[in-house]
Design a protein around this ligand. Sequence first.
Ligand code: NAD
Length: 315
Amino acid sequence: MKILITGGAGFIGSHLADRLIARGDAVLVIDNYSTGRRDNLRPHRLLTVVEGTIADANLVESTFAGFGPEMVIHAAASYKDPDDWEEDVRTNCLGTAVIVQASARHGVRRIIYFQTALCYGLHPVEQPITLNHPIISGGSSYAISKTTAEQYIELSGLEYIAFRLANAYGPRNISGPLPTFFQRLTTGKPCFVMDTRRDFIYISDLVDCVMHAIDGKGTRGPYHISSGSDYAIKELFDATIKALGITLEKEVEVRQRGPEDAFTILLDPSKTLSDFAPWKVSTPLEDGVRKAIEYYKEYGISETFTHLRIPDKKD
Ligand SMILES: NC(=O)c1ccc[n+]([C@@H]2O[C@H](COP(=O)([O-])OP(=O)(O)OC[C@H]3O[C@@H](n4cnc5c(N)ncnc54)[C@H](O)[C@@H]3O)[C@@H](O)[C@H]2O)c1
């Protein structure tokens, strides 16, 4: 198959590229490297990389015309500066519109999209969150623009799956708590954890599910990819300490959550478990954290990114 991956130099996109290339599919990646890393993709005869933005309609049109993708995995997103609304709109809204309309013109069979659980708002009204939960995306520029994108995909009438994701982690993940813990612990900086819980999904479990969607499973619309269990952030921290083989003089500080922090974000994966069977999550948190730490040790982290506001960025 010929598969075009937007944001394919990023965490999720590059793991999908690896998996597809390994089974013989031809992959074309479009990425502007705003949060992606060049060393996430190794050169391969089945891989083409186009450097540029998905908001560039001419570039996207010539890329689709030249490659002729049968499937589009739309993983590109802007999120690294919560105040850069223009870039969020340019990439997440305009970029998605450009990709979707090019997909329609070029007869793409299915678009696979990745949505943030923030589409359910900062304080979801049910736990676990079902697919019937109302969409309340007003809490951040990231959530607003990613949700607009999902709505444009729906509006297109094209065949699509929108995977609304739990917190994905693993090698190459440079956003969220795990790379931050690694960076601070290995540079002697103090750490704290919030008294919150999150649902973590290991990258290879996530990729297993997406591969089923590439191969035709699932019906048009949204699905959750999640482990279905939530963990205290402190459990993630403890798994990081264990993987690093260090002991702290005193227990990590647990901070009370602020008004913008939901106590837990737990996505109900039951529809995914039935429609994508035999898919299931198989990586225990400790194993996944160990593999992520091995990656950080080997490749380092020059920068971490987050869509969240960090009150004490300076320390
Ligand atoms: N990682 C998670 O836990 C998570 C959770 C929910 C949703 N998502 C979504 O999954 C997708 C992949 O996320 P990720 O974790 O791999 O992030 P990532 O930052 O590693 O990957 C995003 C990629 O998109 C690229 N990009 C950004 N703007 C672009 C543009 N205008 N044109 C071309 N490329 C552009 C970046 O350089 C990067 O390589 C995103 O759409 C994100 O919103 C991720």
